[in-house]
Ligand binder design. Sequence first.
Ligand code: ZN
Length: 113
Amino acid sequence: MHEMSLAEGIRQIVEDAGRAQGFRKVKTVVLEIGQLSSVEPEALRFCFDVVMKDSIADGAALQIDAVPGQGWCMQCAMSVPIGALYDPCPHCGSYQVQATGGTEMRVKELEIE
Ligand SMILES: [Zn+2]
């Protein structure tokens, strides 16, 4: 389950930020998860609670903001919304669509107490 290692990565980011900025308790972690990132939000939620035990984000809420998938269609030469990697262009049906947005997961914000 790769969500477990993602959660560990988040813990690392949170603890580094805590050390750098001198806070000791995180109330909410806000994540951006791209629709094309192949991250399962529910699985990540579960791993998050387990991994954050005894960290500065122990018991913190996890807020997930979904980022819609976006691609560049080479036929239309414009940005188009796509729901999954390798989806065809919604305008012309071409499969020459390159994912340009919503492919990543990142920590957007930390709410501290
Ligand atoms: Zn197109």
